[in-house]
Ligand binder design. Structure first.
Ligand SMILES: NC(=O)c1ccc[n+]([C@@H]2O[C@H](COP(=O)([O-])OP(=O)(O)OC[C@H]3O[C@@H](n4cnc5c(N)ncnc54)[C@H](OP(=O)(O)O)[C@@H]3O)[C@@H](O)[C@H]2O)c1
Length: 273
């Protein structure tokens, strides 16, 4: 494969939420010509990508998708994958499915060159972090291509073990869920104190979204930010100390342990939450 991206790509589940988003991102980034992209779903033939990009091929037939493509992206739900049989021995197969192991993909597709990646919902605004793991058979040129593919929807990094993907599925794969949990807790407190819903929402949005933007400065670590606010010994320090004393960090760690355990369980059972 040409690392610059000259490949034909087929996305199984390409009209679903994640598949459509990936298709749109790699077309917008001009990583691929629309005529080199095939999207497959069984029922739907209408999607944003198909309507916006003339030339993109739609097929309801997974065999046609495989025949037309050098690279197959698996973007069906994990429980849907169990019923799909495809012969993709000579293809690069890239899965974004949560909790479906490399071994399960190899057994079901016959592929040896397999990538497991875990984008998150922020891909919709080109802000996903997508970790990916590849089997040893994936070539150096293909690894460059995979990195470019996922950089079309944010940042990406290769990780060295498949276990890292299972762990990160629980961490970054959760998309906006953890910030939403914090925002919801802040909102319910503000509402209980009698603040109108719109004021509480604006206050919390500024904190979560504005604070997130400020944290993009990678020269300062989250720990350093905490130390700085502790140093003022003001309202924020009082809140932080109380939250930590009430088990905030332990609760986050326990949650991430549970997410990893669930991801590994799904890998074994092939079932999504
Ligand atoms: N959503 C997220 O934030 C997120 C994050 C990371 C990873 N993922 C992973 O992305 C994958 C897709 O998730 P999603 O949220 O995009 O689900 P989705 O919207 O339900 O998309 C799945 C698509 O697969 C198609 N499909 C199912 N069986 C098929 C078959 N046999 N042949 C061809 N197409 C088939 C479905 O269309 P038809 O029913 O018409 O066939 C549907 O459009 C999942 O494995 C998930 O774990 C999602």
């Amino acid at each position: 494969m040409d690392p610059a991206g000259a490949a034909t790509i087929g996305i199984l589940g390409g009209l679903g939420w994640m598949g459509d988003m990936l298709a749109h991102s790699l077309l917008t980034a001009r990583l691929i010509d629309p005529r080199s992209l095939t999207l497959c779903s069984r029922r739907n033939s209408a999607s944003r990508t198909v309507s916006l990009w003339p030339g993109v091929v739609y097929t309801p037939d997974a065999v046609e998708l495989v025949n037309r493509s050098d690279v197959i992206v698996l973007s069906v739900r994990p429980q849907q994958f169990g019923s799909i049989l495809m012969a993709a021995h000579d293809k690069l197969v890239i899965s974004v499915m949560a909790g479906v192991s490399v071994e399960a993909i190899r057994l079901q597709t016959g592929a040896q060159r397999i990538v497991r990646a875990m984008p998150n919902a922020a891909a919709q605004i080109a802000r996903s972090f997508t970790p990916w793991f590849s089997t040893p058979a994936v070539t150096a040129a293909e690894r460059i291509f995979v990195q470019k593919l996922f950089e079309t929807c944010g940042t990406a990094d290769a990780v060295s073990t498949e276990r890292d993907i299972d762990y990160l599925s629980g961490l970054t794969g959760s998309g906006p869920a953890f910030p939403a949990l914090l925002a919801d807790a802040l909102m319910s407190h503000a509402r209980a104190r009698g603040l109108p819903a719109d004021i509480a929402r604006k206050a919390v949005d500024s904190l979560i979204c504005g604070g997130g933007r400020l944290m993009e400065d990678v020269s300062v670590s989250p720990g350093e930010i905490l130390q700085k606010f502790m140093g003022y010994e003001g309202t924020t320090a009082a809140a932080l100390r109380k939250m930590i004393a009430h088990g905030f960090i332990a609760a986050v760690h326990a949650g991430l342990d549970a997410a990893e355990a669930r991801s590994l369980e799904m890998s074994v059972n092939g079932k999504e939450v």
